[in-house]
Design a protein around this ligand. Structure first.
Ligand SMILES: [Zn+2]
Length: 415
C-alpha cells in the first residue's frame, strides 16, 4: 500500500464535511495533480467530540462514493500509541505512530552501543548530496542522538509490529511523528532517527518532525522563514539519502503537521519539493471546523445566532478551553472583542473576523485561535449545532471547499 507522492490530511471534527473537503482536492486534481486525500483524526479529537473511529471511515467512504473519486484515499489514526491503537485497527489504513513522549527515555548501554556500531561508516565528514556543507559525525554525536531517540524509535517498532500482526504487512501506511514537542529535531538528528527506524525494520512512508518556529493552531507560521526554508530543504535531502543508504521505502516523505493555515511556509515547501521532485504530506485539522462556524455566520439567522453563542461560551470559558493547547496558541486577551460587541456584528463582520485572509482589516488571529480550541463548546451543543450544519449544508460546504482549495491547495501546489 502506497500513499502517493502528494497527499493532504484533512481533519473533520464533526464528520459532516467529507464531501466538501474531497471536492476541493478533486478540483485541484483536475489541474493535472494527483493529491491523495487522507482523513485524519486523533484519539484526543474523538474523545472531545464524542465520535468513534468508524465514523471517520464512514465519512471517507461515503464522500468517495458520492463524488466518484477513483483514486486512492486513506483514513489516518492520527497520533496513536500502543495504548490507543487497538480501536483503530479495523477501520484505519494509515497510522501515525506518535512516539514524542518517548524522546529522551533511557535505552540500555548495549542498545546504544549497537546503534553507534551500526553507524561506523558515517564517522567523520559525511556528505549528503545537495547539502553545501558536510556533516561532522562523531561517536559522541551518535551516542547522544541514540540516547535521545532510540527509545522513541523502539516504541515505533513495537506499534508497527502490533499492526503488522493485526493487519498484515503492506496493508497500511506507517507514519512516525515526533512533532508534539518543544525542541525541533535537527536534520542531523533526523538522519539518525531514520537509521534507527531502518535498523528496527519500521517501513515509514512519512515522518513528521518538529520543525523550527511556532505552529500555532489555525493561524500562520511564526518564526524565521529563512531558517525554516534551510531546515526543510536539508530534511528533504536527508530523507533522500536515508532512502538510498538505509533501505527505507522509496516513497518516504516529510509529513508536516501544520496545525492548519501555515500560509507563509506553503510556497517555501512547494519550491523545495519541486526543486528536488519530492513528495509531501500536509496535515490540517481545525481549519474545517472554523469554516463551519464561518459558514453558519454567513448563513445568517439561526446560523449567525449560533456562531455568536459559540463565541460567547468560548469567551467565558477561555481558561478551561485554552489550557490543553497552551503550547500551540498565542492569544492576546486584550485583542478579543467583548461578547456584547460580537452580539452586534453582521454576518459579514463575523465571517471576516474569523476567516483567515492575511492582511484583511477585520481578520483577528486572537479571535480565530480562541474559536479554534473551542470545538468542545459546539460538541456540547450536540444536535443544536449539527442540525444547523445540515440545514445550512450548502453554504457551510462551500466555505469548507473554498478554504481547502483556494487558501491551502493553491498555495501549496502553486496552482
Ligand atoms: Zn501532530
Amino acid at each position: 500500500m502506497k500513499l502517493g507522492k502528494y497527499s493532504i490530511g484533512v481533519g473533520d471534527r464533526f464528520t459532516y464535511q467529507g464531501k466538501a473537503q474531497l471536492r476541493a482536492i478533486m478540483k485541484a486534481n483536475e489541474t493535472g495533480l494527483n493529491i491523495t486525500p487522507v482523513w485524519n483524526k486523533s484519539n484526543r479529537e474523538h474523545i472531545y467530540v464524542g465520535t468513534v473511529p468508524v465514523d471517520t471511515r464512514k465519512e471517507a467512504d461515503e464522500a468517495v462514493k458520492a463524488l466518484n473519486h477513483t483514486g486512492a484515499y486513506f483514513v489516518d489514526a492520527d497520533h496513536i500509541n500502543l495504548t490507543t491503537v487497538s480501536k483503530y485497527v479495523e477501520v484505519s489504513d494509515f497510522f501515525t505512530l506518535d512516539v514524542a513522549s518517548f524522546i529522551g527515555k533511557e535505552s540500555s548501554k548495549e542498545e546504544v552501543d549497537a546503534f553507534v556500531a551500526s553507524c561506523e561508516k558515517y564517522l567523520g565528514e559525511l556528505h549528503i548530496p545537495g547539502m553545501e556543507e558536510p556533516l561532522h559525525i562523531t561517536k559522541e554525536l551518535l551516542t547522544k542522538t541514540a540516547g535521545k531517540f532510540l527509545a522513541a524509535t523502539q516504541h515505533a517498532s513495537e506499534i508497527y509490529a502490533y499492526l503488522k500482526k493485526e493487519k498484515g504487512e503492506g496493508n497500511f501506511i506507517t507514519e512516525v511523528s515526533m512533532d508534539e514537542v518543544e525542541t525541533p529535531q535537527t536534520p542531523v538528528e533526523m538522519l539518525f532517527i531514520l537509521k534507527m527506524l531502518a535498523n528496527k525494520g519500521v517501513p515509514a512512508q512519512t515522518i513528521a518532525p518538529k520543525f523550527t518556529g511556532r505552529f500555532n493552531k489555525g493561524v500562520d507560521y511564526v518564526g524565521d522563514l529563512a531558517q525554516f526554508a534551510k531546515e526543510f530543504e536539508e530534511d528533504v535531502l536527508v530523507l533522500d539519502f536515508a532512502v538510498k543508504e538505509f533501505g527505507l521505502p522509496e516513497e518516504l516523505k516529510l509529513s508536516v503537521h501544520s496545525g492548519s493555515d501555515k500560509f507563509s511556509i506553503y510556497p517555501i515547501m512547494a519550491e523545495v519539493i519541486a526543486k528536488y521532485d519530492k513528495g509531501l504530506h500536509l496535515k490540517t485539522a481545525g481549519t474545517t471546523w472554523l469554516e463551519e462556524v464561518i459558514g453558519l455566520a454567513v448563513a445568517g439567522g439561526e446560523g449567525l445566532d449560533l456562531a455568536k453563542k459559540i463565541y460567547e461560551n468560548s469567551y467565558n470559558r477561555q481558561e478551561e478551553l485554552c489550557a490543553p493547547y497552551a503550547d500551540v496558541i498565542d492569544i492576546d486577551g486584550t485583542k478579543l472583542p467583548t461578547v456584547e460587541e460580537v452580539k452586534g456584528w453582521s454576518s459579514e463582520k463575523y465571517a471576516n473576523t474569523l476567516r483567515h485572509i492575511p492582511g484583511h482589516a477585520d481578520y483577528n488571529s486572537n479571535f480565530r485561535q480562541l474559536i479554534h480550541v473551542a470545538y468542545k463548546v459546539a460538541a456540547e451543543m450536540g444536535k443544536e449545532y449539527t442540525d444547523l450544519l445540515v440545514k445550512y449544508a450548502d453554504v457551510v460546504g462551500s466555505c469548507v471547499e473554498e478554504n481547502i482549495y483556494d487558501r491551502h491547495l493553491k498555495r501549496l501546489f502553486a496552482i
